[in-house]
Unconditional design. Structure first.
Length: 199
């Protein structure tokens, strides 16, 4: 039981840590460093792992997580893109929340979700720019800057009895791949639970 709780906490923190690269610099300076023995600051990690003239996207394989949601694709889509809903499901664990969210859903448009620990110990803006939008089918965006730019694709696949949401993202290089996958899966699972409870 203890091991399961610890692993969930580790995955939740990693999900947030893996998104800190897109934070406002002022927020990141004051952020609490997640409890990972191997943690190195994002800038240092990028410098150590980056080869000349290559981006992170050239060096790593993307990670994919998915969830089968018992709801029609139109409902799933609406709950994914609407700020009022995003604020209610976008967290990796119960001790985090999203107190504000904005979304300009168009190619070239931007989004920004303010993610904070409920005790006020840490917070950052998860923000990006949309590169592709296909209604009820695909959302693609980039976040981060320079060598730390990362890509995310969110696919919405209608299936019998519901919708599969498949999220594919470029990992960062500080934390183990499996831990990153588990953290992002935790957020997606919370989305699934939230949607399925809505009328």
């Amino acid at each position: 039981m203890f091991q399961s709780v610890f692993l969930f906490s580790l995955r939740a923190e990693c999900a947030l840590a893996s998104r800190i690269r897109c934070a406002n610099p002022a927020d990141e300076r004051h952020a609490r460093v997640p409890r990972f023995p191997q943690f190195v600051s994002p800038s240092t990690t990028a410098e150590q792992n980056q080869e000349p003239n290559k981006t992170m996207n050239d060096q790593v394989n993307p990670i994919t997580v998915e969830a089968r949601i018992h709801a029609p694709v139109a409902k799933v889509w609406t709950h994914w893109i609407t700020p009022e809903h995003i604020m209610k499901w976008n967290a990796a664990s119960d001790d985090w929340h999203t107190p504000s969210a904005s979304n300009d859903l168009r190619i070239g448009g931007t989004f920004k979700n303010r993610m904070e620990a409920k005790d006020g110990s840490m917070g950052f803006d998860f923000a990006g720019t949309y590169t592709d939008i296909q209604t009820h089918a695909l959302i693609a965006f980039r976040f981060g800057e320079g060598a730390d730019t990362r890509e995310v694709r969110v696919e919405f696949e209608p299936v019998e009895g519901g919708t599969i949401v498949r999220e594919t993202f470029t990992p960062e290089t500080t934390h183990p791949i499996e831990v990153q996958r588990g953290g992002w899966q935790s957020i997606l699972d919370r989305f699934k639970s939230y949607v399925e409870k809505q009328p």
